[in-house]
Design a binder for this molecule. Sequence first.
Ligand code: PTJ
Length: 248
Amino acid sequence: MLIPKTHPRATSLYIREKLVQGFKGGLVVEEGLLAHGRGEMFDYLIGEKTSKTSHKAIKAAARALLAAKSPVISVNGNFAALCAKEIVELSKITGSKIEVNLFYASEKRKKAIANILKKNGAKEILGVSPKFAKKIPKLDSARRVVDKRGIFSADVVLVPLEDGDRTIALKKFGKDVITFDLNPMSRTAQTADITIVDNVVRGMKILVDVCKKLAKEELEERPKFDNKKNLKKSIGTIRKNLRRMANA
Ligand code: PTJ
């Protein structure tokens, strides 16, 4: 069946294809394909579009990144495969460092991820040299190993498609955490300071645009952002969509 290019389904098939290419190119692990399937399901439930609620979270994230002293963008396999260009753009506009940090860590994959980011214009990629390795306390997974010039000393960290344990550990370690997670009920979504409930492919483009706009403005005091309230609204959208589908 031919799906018109503008249909949200076409976008989701395009995103799936990008991830498969990332898998074939050694950026993404098999588990990353499974994680993506989980994300697709939630994307369907939120209506495959960026909600007003997510726009609000994106604006709060942009302000937090622009106001941060040492912001870092943490990159895993899925994020690199889906958003390499936007990661580099965001890092340039917000002055964020880019750090590779993997759950299923391997030197080969770290290098492949660093390469794609460099191909997209990144100058320096942290998290690839053991010389600067430090450990985040109270975390068991490979993700505890971070770069002392990056996540270890950051004040704000963007950690998309994350596992709950690391978000909790980063919070305990005093970091402000921003995440993209299509599942508003996940531990990461619930623990982060700012959760953008959106597909990272749609959301990153908007985040880059909002940062570009805000970077030109004088940033007044950061307005308060209530993550719990915002997440409740996202869960409400899913509930509403489920009711509508059940009654169709
Ligand atoms: O590259 P690695 O080794 O660091 O591994 C990365 C994965 C993604 C495999 C690892 O972090 C993982 O297993 O993640 P989880 O615990 O499955 O969590 C991923 C979360 O991201 C889930 O809540 C998904 O719903 C959500 N998600 C998946 N795809 C997207 C997404 N959120 C936003 N945009 C997506 N495209």
